[in-house]
Design a protein around this ligand. Structure first.
Ligand code: DUC
Ligand code: ZN
Ligand code: ZN
Ligand code: ZN
Length: 484
């Protein structure tokens, strides 16, 4: 059934305008005033509201085997939570098991994704390097529509890759037009610090942030940037949490490198003091990597978003129940790492960003949707309210309020790290590919309604590597013949 969203202000990343939006089938077919609408059109009153592109969360781990368990939200509960909070697409990570073919991992994640209510895409993680990985990356890019590859510089002994492997994988990305991404923490240092603090008796969650200080993130971010620059490939730094990492990204961008940074909404509002709670469960529920930081880092992250050094606000949604977190009782190194945020990302960011004047509503659209759609090469199909774009839309009431509580959430876990936070600004209607997904505080879509979104290679990856080879970098002078 066609849908007319009437009387609202359409907000895109570049400008806002009072207009109605007509949706027919899966796409937006008209924007303007006095539109002629087909018989049987469902009319949604958006008076006093903003009509924005649905949120895209490019960093989720749904149903992911990790640290001896599996994340609690799967593609069903995760995308339901997402839609209720105004996010209409997630991009999750295929994580091949040790020795598993990338192609098999892709099939496995597509199978998990069959339960999705919303659209989804996939990145691929590279957790070791060999000829098979090299060869299979081509099929992933050209046939499966995966144009982004995640590398863990931490999790020594399981997911971590070293500089040799980063160099080879980044080079392969450059050749295929794919975007390398990094989890930037120096995994050797983390390993040593974990051992040190554990042996000193810091066995509870308070040991977690001590073992992963901002310096280890800053070092790894800078190292990944240098490696990407040697190859001339763009780089996306996931979960940027601290000034050290932000500064490395800012330096790179000032030098003309295409480096992108992604703070999480958790880092913008929650801080390290959470780990000093005397309630073990409270602290353990907030254990994720990188950890929440001292408050002083937050102003820098907000500034980075406003000035464009950082482009995307994500969640790294990787939820574990309290029961799962208790796997780490007596040893913080065994607490499954991860926090949830899919449901709350937009309202929390609006409340702490737009309502406080740190971000404009257009910047809000940029960092929640449009920028990542561009970076992952799916713009303007996604990330924009425009004729011909997918009808992934939110009707956003900037005056609507609620207090976040686990008692009312869609996520499968039994707590919420934002518990008790009052938010102002909520999606009253979410439209996903032309269907009403969320209205009157009810989810209207079913598992399986979501569609996999393949993505074409990233043109800038090719351009950057060619430019590097041809021109931009001083090349070694010719070989010098030495004669006796
Ligand atoms: N960090 C987390 O906290 N969870 C999932 C993986 C990661 O890098
Ligand atoms: Zn299947
Ligand atoms: Zn990570
Ligand atoms: Zn992650």
């Amino acid at each position: 059934m066609p849908i007319l969203i009437r009387g609202g202000t359409v907000v895109n990343a570049d400008h806002s305008v009072r207009a109605d939006v007509l949706v027919d089938g899966e796409t937006i077919v008209a924007i303007g005033t006095g539109l002629t609408v087909p018989a049987g059109t469902e009319v949604i009153d958006a008076g006093g509201c903003y009509v924005m592109p649905g949120g895209i969360d490019p960093h989720t781990h749904l149903d992911m085997p990790f640290m001896g368990t599996s994340s609690a939200d799967d593609f069903e509960t995760g995308t339901r939570a997402a839609l209720s909070g105004g996010t209409t697409m997630v991009v999750d990570f295929c994580l091949p098991a040790p020795g598993q073919s990338l192609l098999a991992a892709y099939q496995e994640w597509r199978h998990k994704g069959e339960k999705a209510l919303s659209d989804y895409g996939l990145h691929m993680a590279i957790t070791w390097w060999d000829k098979q990985v090299h060869d299979e990356m081509e099929t992933c890019v050209k046939t499966y529509g995966i144009n982004s590859y995640k590398h863990f510089m931490a999790y020594k002994g399981s997911l971590m890759v070293n500089d040799d492997e980063l160099f080879q994988a980044f080079s392969r990305c450059a050749g295929l037009g794919a975007l390398p991404m990094v989890h930037a923490e120096n995994g050797d240092l983390v390993w040593q610090l974990q051992k040190l603090y554990f042996e000193r008796g810091y066995t509870g969650p308070e040991g977690h942030p001590y073992s992963r200080p901002p310096e280890v993130e800053g070092e790894a971010t800078n190292r990944a940037i240098v490696i990407a620059d040697m190859i001339g490939v763009p780089l996306y730094v996931v979960h940027t949490s601290c000034t050290q990492s932000l500064e490395a990204i800012a330096r790179a961008r000032a030098a003309g490198k295409r480096v992108y940074g992604e703070p999480l909404v958790q880092y913008l509002v929650l801080d390290e003091s959470e780990y000093r709670s005397t309630d073990w469960d409270h602290a353990a529920r907030r254990v994720m990597s990188p950890p929440f930081r001292d408050k002083k880092h937050q102003d820098a992250l907000w500034a980075g978003l406003a000035n464009g050094t950082l482009q995307v606000v994500a969640t790294d949604h990787c939820s574990f129940t309290t029961q799962q977190k208790r796997m780490g009782l007596g040893d913080f190194r065994k607490i499954p790492n991860g926090t949830a945020g899919l449901e709350d990302r937009l309202p929390v960011l609006w409340t702490h960003g737009v309502a406080t004047g740190r971000l404009t509503k257009e910047e809000f659209v940029a960092v929640t949707s449009a920028n990542i759609a561009r970076i992952l090469n799916m713009y303007p199909k996604k990330g924009r309210v425009a004729v011909g774009s997918d009808a992934d839309l939110i009707v956003w009431d900037p005056e609507a309020t609620k207090t976040i509580t686990a008692a009312k959430q869609f996520s499968a876990i039994d707590y919420n790290v934002f518990e008790g936070i009052a938010v102002t600004g909520l999606p009253v209607v979410t439209v996903s590919r032309g269907r009403i997904a969320w209205k009157d505080k009810e989810i209207r879509l079913e598992p399986g309604d979501g569609t996999y979104v393949p993505r074409d290679p990233f043109p800038a990856a090719h351009v950057a590597s060619i430019t590097w080879k041809e021109a931009s970098r001083p090349r070694p002078v010719g070989r010098i013949e030495v004669t006796p």
